[in-house]
Ligand binder design. Structure first.
Ligand code: AMP
Ligand code: GLY
Length: 440
């Protein structure tokens, strides 16, 4: 099925994920003009950025009307949770992503737990509390090192504490109820059983009951090599994981992805868009840690280069409810993505530093995140600045290529992890040293 005529697209978001989406959309013969709201210096090279915030729904809608947009593609979760899909649909506009009600799979951890329990989807046991006193009493009765504390709403990665003792669990509960998080994240807390095993992000396109072929990636959340330091939005990713077998994939499909899609149909909140299952592969099988309602960042940067079909066609097929007739294929070619971040991230960091050496990174792909152009110069403008993505015949080869490319790019105080994908392959490749990031 074809788009038929060039289609103008509005892409919502401004991160590395959105640059990767824009890059993949650009490969379509049917893409007309591409606008990104608000975008970054990378998306500006592939289309036009428009100065509209990603959660400014009326601004986005006005832009779609003025710019003759045929399809809107939503990258991040915040606009989905705010109802951008509902608003566009009510206006008769095609948009890719789940409605506000369906996005509760991500925007309310309590709702998502109840959903999983209703539909028999395997997940960590958890109990929800509306008061600190009750949660604290419950923690007293738990084994010492067993609690994960989760604030209910969207908290930009800050709502989860994997506690190493009851003292840490208690502190986390008190922190949730003492107002340190965005207001929509404080009304309830989940106390969840701690699981262990490798973690994996699994993505599929979903259109009602129909679930496309899935793809998997592993994300690195901690800022430092060897999983040290604080949690971040993600410092890199690789795909496919070394433990990703056809058996595991089909078990996840059967036990998690398909029941989630049909559960949403049964509950009357049909899901359309990318479903992201964050899983832990425990000794008892895969368990859901969280559902998200979008592509991951930085996972998108390593999975979209493996998508062996036209993303514009695919997104349009989901928006027009005809995914079952559309083939979705993923190459299984190792990709590693390394995030170059501003030193100090995820805490305080400075921006406005000139970025140099991008032209030396090829054949690695450079996806922008926190970048902007001023007076012809490319400058840092955020914590995560760039994702450098390389392919190889093994994850090790891809990792070495991504690290070597990342080291050719420089800006003041640049940091990156050199161990993205290391666990998938040999610890050291003899004779090859991975250079340190350039800095001036
Ligand atoms: P989330 O925001 O739900 O993705 O959680 C952030 C991170 O906390 C996850 O990526 C896991 O590494 C960890 N985590 C969340 N829930 C659990 C759990 N039940 N057991 C162990 N680790 C967890
Ligand atoms: N990579 C984690 C996320 O996108 O939520």
């Amino acid at each position: 099925m074809g788009v038929g005529r060039p289609l103008n697209v509005l892409l919502v978001g401004s991160g590395g994920r959105e640059h990767a989406i824009a890059w993949k959309l650009r490969q379509s013969d049917n893409l007309g003009r591409l606008f990104t709201a608000p975008g970054n210096a990378g998306t500006a090279e592939l289309g036009e950025n428009i100065p509209v915030r990603d959660t400014d729904i009326s601004g986005l809608l006005a832009s779609a009307r003025n710019l003759d947009i045929g399809l809107t593609f939503v990258g991040p979760e915040a606009p989905l949770a705010a109802g951008v899909v509902d608003a566009f649909t009510a206006d008769g506009r095609l948009i890719f992503g789940p409605t506000r009600a369906a996005a509760r799979l991500e925007s309310s951890k309590v709702w998502a737990k109840q959903f999983m329990s209703r539909h028999g989807i395997p997940t960590a046991k958890a109990t929800a509390f509306r008061s600190a006193v009750d949660a604290l009493a419950y923690i007293d009765r738990m084994p010492e090192n067993d609690a994960v504390i989760k604030a209910d709403g969207l908290a930009a990665g800050k709502g989860v504490v994997v506690a190493n003792s009851k003292t840490e669990a208690r502190e986390a509960v008190r922190a949730v109820f003492s107002g340190g998080l965005p207001s929509d994240a404080v009304s309830q807390v989940l106390v969840e059983q701690k699981l262990s095993g490798p973690e994996v992000s699994v993505f599929a396109f979903v259109d009602g009951e129909h679930v496309s072929a899935e793809v998997a990636a592993c994300d690195y959340k901690r800022v430092g090599d060897g999983d040290t330091g604080p949690n971040t939005g993600g410092m890199g990713a690789y795909s496919p994981p070394e433990f990703w077998t056809p058996d595991l994939a089909s078990r996840i499909r059967r036990e998690i992805l398909e029941p989630a899609a049909s559960g949403m149909v049964n509950d009357g909140s049909l899901y359309h868009g990318v479903l992201y299952a964050g899983l832990m592969v425990t000794r008892d099988g895969p368990r859901v840690i969280e559902f998200n309602c979008r592509l991951g960042d930085p996972e998108a940067q390593v999975v979209l280069p493996q998508l062996d079909c036209d993303l514009l066609e695919l997104a349009l097929a989901v928006a027009e409810r005809r995914l079952p007739g559309t083939a979705v294929r993923w190459q299984s070619r190792p990709h590693v993505g390394v995030v170059l971040a501003s030193g100090g991230y995820p805490g305080k960091y400075e921006t406005g530093f000139e970025i140099e050496g991008l032209e030396k990174a090829a054949p690695a792909i450079v996806f922008h995140a926190g970048t902007k152009r001023a007076d012809g110069k490319l400058l840092t403008s955020g914590g995560r600045v760039l994702s450098i993505v390389a392919a190889g015949s093994t994850v090790t080869e891809a990792r070495l290529a991504a690290c070597a490319a990342a080291a050719k790019i420089s800006f003041k105080n640049a940091i990156f992890r050199r161990d993205i994908g290391l666990r998938a392959g040999p610890q050291v490749v003899r004779g090859v040293t991975v250079p340190r990031p350039g800095s001036r």
